[in-house]
Design a protein around this ligand. Structure first.
Ligand code: THU
Length: 141
């Protein structure tokens, strides 16, 4: 289900297109020599700061980092505990929704974060709880 453009964007003088543009810039910084699949991401914090990330691969493939997790880790370092939105861009025209692991990682901070994606040259926004129903929660009762 596609979400409408939320009320917080104009408060920060930003649009989903601006966030996607930042994600595309970050995609240009990707280190993806093994897959040849660069990805960029940009997180919008709860106070309107944008924090970027790109995928960073490794010769030991499993150590590779996804762009979304790099961006979210940077946002957490900047103090974000309830980010509002994340845009994801790959170097290709293809639809690039976050992988399952990144969905879980993002849900730690905001299970309803807006995920801005580029689909056939236009933007679509999905709430994370639509992309990841029944996220894992550590409940030890
Ligand atoms: N990748 C991301 O950065 N984000 C995702 O959500 C899925 C995949 C990266 C990991 C790897 O460097 C490359 O894309 C190919 O899987």
């Amino acid at each position: 289900m596609i979400s409408p453009v939320a009320e917080y964007w104009p408060r920060f003088g930003l649009s989903p297109e601006d966030l996607m543009e930042r994600a595309r810039e970050c995609c240009g910084r990707a280190y993806a020599p093994y897959s040849g699949f660069p990805v960029g991401a940009a997180v919008l914090t709860e106070w309107g700061k944008v924090v970027g990330g790109c995928n960073v691969e490794n010769a030991s493939y499993g150590m590779s980092l996804c762009a979304e997790r790099v961006a979210m880790a940077g946002a957490a370092l900047a103090g974000s505990r309830h980010p509002l939105a994340i845009a994801v861009a790959s170097g290709r025209p293809a639809f690039c929704p976050p992988c399952g692991a990144c969905r879980q990682f993002l849900s730690e901070f905001n299970p309803e974060i807006d995920v801005v994606l580029s689909v056939d040259g236009r933007l679509e926004i999905y709430r994370l709880d639509f992309l990841l129903p029944h996220r894992f929660k550590l409940e030890m009762t």
